[in-house]
Design a protein around this ligand. Structure first.
Ligand code: GSH
Length: 202
């Protein structure tokens, strides 16, 4: 299998970390959706990262769907057993993905649009949404701390840590650890795990 996309994309990185955790071997091809558009387009004309090229040549996209397929191959899941813990993990993962989406929108607005075409009310809106998602994640973690054991990592832990690291990298100084201390501390721990260090952001 080939995982296509740069690890500075939180969506690519959550898939890469999950693949390591699931023990699925893969070739990572760090092709950029921006700087290597033509090369990416030859693999997936939709040019979405992550793209997974399966062993039979099927091309998948959308990180959640890719993870669903990968979990079927690994015959295990990065989710708690059905019940209250699963529900909490689904909520936290949704918040992490929303935080990623809003952070990406800020980055696109600031980096892809010329300054005179940037729309301040839109930026303010998505910044508020990103902050709301991170604040809600912080509330979840403060209420029910996640276990710091590699074997008890869940998709919520992977996605939340990837989202926080991504925002720290892309919006330096804008979301302080003091605002989300539980999330920042959990991320510091997660980033030391083998499954994370094998999928570095740069
Ligand atoms: N919902 C998608 C989001 C993927 C996404 O937006 N990826 C970005 C890179 S971070 C991308 O492909 N951008 C290029 C584009 O949308 O044209 C997922 O979970 O995979």
């Amino acid at each position: 299998m080939q995982l296509i996309g740069m690890l500075d994309s939180p969506y690519v990185r959550r898939v890469a970390v999950s693949m390591h955790w699931l023990g699925l071997p893969f070739e990572h091809r760090p092709v950029s959706v921006f700087r290597q558009y033509a090369e990416f387009s030859a693999i997936n004309p939709v040019v979405k990262a992550p793209t997974l090229v399966c062993d039979d040549g099927t091309v998948l996209m959308e990180s959640g769907l890719i993870l669903e397929y990968l979990e079927s191959l690994a015959n295990t899941r990065l989710w708690p057993a059905p019940g209250a813990a699963r529900l909490q993990a689904l909520r936290a993962t949704g918040l992490a993905l929303a935080a990623c989406e809003k952070t990406v929108q800020i980055v696109y607005e600031l980096q892809l649009r010329p300054p005179e075409k940037q729309h301040a009310p839109w930026l303010e809106r998505v910044r508020g949404q990103a902050e709301a998602a991170f604040d809600a994640l912080e509330t979840e973690l403060a209420r029910t701390p996640w276990p710091r054991q590699a074997q008890r990592l869940t998709q919520a832990g992977v996605s939340a840590a990837v989202a926080w690291s991504f925002a720290q990298r892309m919006l330096p100084g804008q979301l302080s650890a003091a605002r989300c201390p539980h999330l920042a501390s959990f991320t510091d721990w997660a980033e030391t795990l083998d499954v994370f260090t094998r999928a570095p952001m740069d």
